[in-house]
Design a protein around this ligand. Structure first.
Ligand code: NAD
Ligand code: UGA
Length: 440
């Protein structure tokens, strides 16, 4: 099929590359010239494991093109995907300005009947709004449908190539048929395409993200209770997750969820619920619990030291989760802001996301220093926090860390450091919902 994808971010670029990989002719369009220039030079503007190889092989075969020219690129296409950002607006709702701009350009460019697929995460009713833009501005017929995306950053290729389900929101038989054909190679082993109306598809996306976030906040509260009663949340998690009705995934407590999606999508569904006077009490609590959880490690440090003024704290991991350079809403932002406001000196490191993080929090002589690796970070620190469980941060040489640090306090925000190794090396360690380790 001939496809155009508008927006070459985490979703658009992965989707475009994956469709091209199955033999479709794809043009990916972005208004950001720098991104398109990079892609045309064979460089990938985001860090997403495995994406470079797929882009490279499909670009080499001429099946994957990159352009800034929307009007030219949407001509003669059966399907045009809209995959632009829908960031949180000042009122808490999703900001649809980019989507509407993109839709208007597509409407002016199409020259045949086109299925316009909204892949961005959008409030219920947006497909109708976008359809209206086409009805008013296009000479050709467009069928606007909803196809929300469920990929996770860091695992995006696998999630997109082998989706657990594909949601297609439209009542148009023609659109259902074309989308069924397009996704058929992705769902060969099991028919996981679920057809529904557009509003239900749009709400499925928000409901799924809210539910996943709720599991995390629930476990974060259980972890706090474990801390008080002296239980180990790792055991509780395994015990709960072995019930097939609960399942083991997304039960990991930590320092709160971040990223470009859970926080903004929860804000958007709450905006809708307030507007329609239909409260979502559980989701409200999910958000509040998460906000508090992000500074749990700082609270733990304060309960040990009372005053952190003048202390040096090492922060390991700045991305909102491993395998991504994305730092949007990462817990590390709040942690570092809090520590700096209390007068601590911070040394920070991330294997991939440091440059992105520094855009918001630039290095500052005497208060915030970015370091080259884990060991440089911990040098001279009184306490060290693990904020992102990158592989390279999970099994460090704790004896060496002990030699380099000034103090002996560790805070593992992801419950991944070996308790026995940490104790052996002479540290005191606090986790999230696990008994404190006292130095041997
Ligand atoms: P992103 O910010 O990484 O990329 C969006 C891209 O759209 C940018 O490159 C931007 O320049 C481009 N753009 C904006 N306006 C444009 C226009 N008029 N024409 C052409 N290009 C334009 O965003 P993302 O993370 O890929 O997310 C896109 C959407 O998908 C959002 O609604 C998001 O909620 C949703 N989503 C994201 C993920 C994820 O893991 N990131 C997963 C599922 C769904
Ligand atoms: C999430 C969803 O998992 C995707 O299905 C969805 O498509 C995407 O949002 C979106 O709508 O954009 P993503 O934000 O990339 O994907 O990352 P997740 O792996 O879901 O992690 C989100 C946050 O939750 C991270 O900060 C992570 O550390 C945290 N988390 C995750 C936990 O604290 N505990 C867990 O058990 C799982």
């Amino acid at each position: 099929m001939k496809i155009c994808v508008i927006g070459t971010g985490y979703v658009g670029l992965v989707a475009g590359a994956a469709f091209a990989d199955f033999g479709n002719n794809v043009t990916c369009v972005d208004i950001n010239e720098e991104k398109v220039d990079m892609l045309n030079r064979g460089e990938i503007p985001i860090y997403e494991p495995g994406l470079d190889r797929i882009v490279e092989r499909n670009a080499a075969k001429g099946r994957l093109l990159f352009s800034t020219d929307i009007l030219g690129s949407v001509k003669d296409r059966q399907v045009v995907f809209l995959a632009v950002g829908t960031p949180q607006g000042d009122d808490g709702n999703a900001n649809l300005a980019y989507l509407k701009d993109a839709a208007l350009s597509v409407a002016q460019g199409i020259n045949q009947l086109t299925i316009v697929v909204n892949k961005s995460t959008v409030p219920v009713g947006t497909a109708e709004v976008i359809q209206e833009i086409f009805n008013k501005n296009s000479k050709e017929e467009a069928i606007v449908i909803s196809n929300p995306e469920f990929l996770k950053e860091g695992d995006a290729i696998n999630d997109f190539m082998k989706p657990e389900r594909v949601i297609i929101g439209t009542t148009s038989e023609r659109a259902r048929h074309i989308m069924g054909e397009l996704y058929a190679p992705f769902v060969r082993s099991r028919n996981r395409i679920i057809f529904m109306d557009a509003k239900s598809a749009e709400l499925t996306k928000y409901a799924s993200n809210s539910f996943l976030a709720t599991r995390i906040s629930f476990m974060n509260e259980i972890a706090r209770l474990c801390d008080v009663v002296g239980a180990d949340v790792e055991s509780v998690r395994k015990g709960m997750g072995s019930d097939s009705r609960i399942g083991p995934k997304f039960l990991y407590p930590g320092i709160g969820y971040g990223g470009s999606c859970f926080p903004k999508d929860i804000s958007a569904i709450l905006y809708l619920s307030h507007k329609l006077d239909t409260p979502l009490h559980v989701v409200e609590s999910t958000h509040a619990v998460n906000d508090r959880q992000k500074v749990y490690l700082v609270e733990k440090l304060l309960s040990r030291t009372k005053d952190v003024k003048g202390l040096t704290v090492g922060i390991l991991g700045l991305a909102f989760k491993p395998n991504t350079d994305d730092v949007r809403e990462a817990p590390a932002h709040k942690i570092i802001e809090k520590l700096l406001s209390l007068g601590a000196v911070v040394r920070a490191y991330d294997p991939i996301a440091m440059d992105n993080f520094a855009l918001e929090h630039p290095q500052k002589e005497g208060s915030l220093t970015y370091c080259k690796n884990l060991y440089e970070t911990v040098t001279g620190c009184d306490a060290t926090f693990l904020c992102t469980e990158w592989h390279e941060l999970q099994r460090p040489d704790f004896a060496k860390i002990h030699d380099l640090m000034r103090g002996n306090l560790l805070f593992d925000g992801r419950n991944v450091w070996s308790q026995s190794e940490v104790a052996e090396a002479g540290f005191i360690m606090e986790c999230v919902g696990r008994p404190t380790i006292e130095a041997k």
